[in-house]
Design a protein around this ligand. Structure first.
Ligand code: PGA
Length: 250
């Protein structure tokens, strides 16, 4: 049985003050939602403070990125070792990182290796662009991203995959539940090819891209979809809590 995961990616939003307020606004109501794993991923600068606020709750904490080195002369970067004491998860290979910060499959691969060796659970993001989607290349793109990003990495039970079609992120244009389920089925078969059937059955695969309280059931009721990576709607406490509750009720 895969426990659903509802993850909030706050992206580059919230000052420390606002992040503290946001998490305090959600904390007790989100903590009370059972049968679902709840995760928030605030900006680096707020992680330490929020980890203290979340102590003793069932809400997990994650980062949105990390560097692939443990330490050294990499001005402005944050290493997985620094994160390991504070949070449990790290989002890697998000399409915004791939698009604006040069995170190729090779870079993502190094980051996943470093994250795992530091004891973090990586959430690997994959997804096709609009052009790739229209050219019928979704399967090929997603499979290549997975093979490239996971190359040479042994199976890790903490691994989570998020399928996020780039054209559905922050656009209000979500995929349909059926489309997402099909691609996620392919992601699972790719995992089976890499790590065997048992691993493929265990790994949680999330959908991401314009998930809201209004479309949660459409996605989460699909057999292959094990949760959601939520951007915009994770900044609104009522919306995010509703997504978690609806998931728990399925
Ligand atoms: P969105 O973002 O929910 O705002 O579309 C999802 C994501 O990028 O993880």
């Amino acid at each position: 049985m895969r426990i659903p995961l509802i993850a909030g990616n706050w992206k580059m939003n919230t000052t420390v003050f606002e992040a503290v307020k946001l998490v305090n606004d959600m904390k007790s109501r989100l903590d009370a939602v059972t049968k679902v794993e709840k995760l928030v991923c605030p900006p680096f600068i707020s992680l330490s403070k929020i980890s203290e606020i979340l102590k003793g709750t069932s809400i997990r904490l994650g980062a949105q990125n990390c560097h692939f080195m443990e330490k050294g002369a990499y001005t402005g970067e944050v290493s997985p070792v620094m994160l390991a004491g504070i949070c449990e998860y790290v989002i890697l290979g998000h399409s915004e990182r791939r698009q604006y910060f040069g995170d190729t499959n090779e870079v993502v691969n190094k980051k996943i290796k470093a994250a795992i060796s530091a004891g973090l659970k990586p959430i690997l993001c994959v997804g096709e662009s609009l052009q790739e989607n229209e050219a019928g290349k979704t399967g090929e793109v997603v499979t290549n991203q997975m093979r490239g990003s996971l190359s040479g990495i042994e199976f890790n039970p903490g691994l989570v995959i998020a399928y996020e079609p780039v054209w559905a992120i922050g656009t209000g244009k979500a995929a349909t539940g059926k489309q997402a389920n099909e691609t996620i089925g392919l992601v699972r078969r790719t995992l089976a090819g890499l790590y065997g059937e048992k691993a493929a059955v265990e790994v949680r695969i999330l959908y991401g891209g314009s998930v809201t309280a209004a479309n949660t059931t459409e996605f989460l009721s699909q057999p292959e979809i094990d949760g959601a990576l939520v951007g915009g709607a994770s900044l609104k406490p009522d919306e995010f809590i509703s997504i978690a509750k609806q998931t728990a009720a399925l």
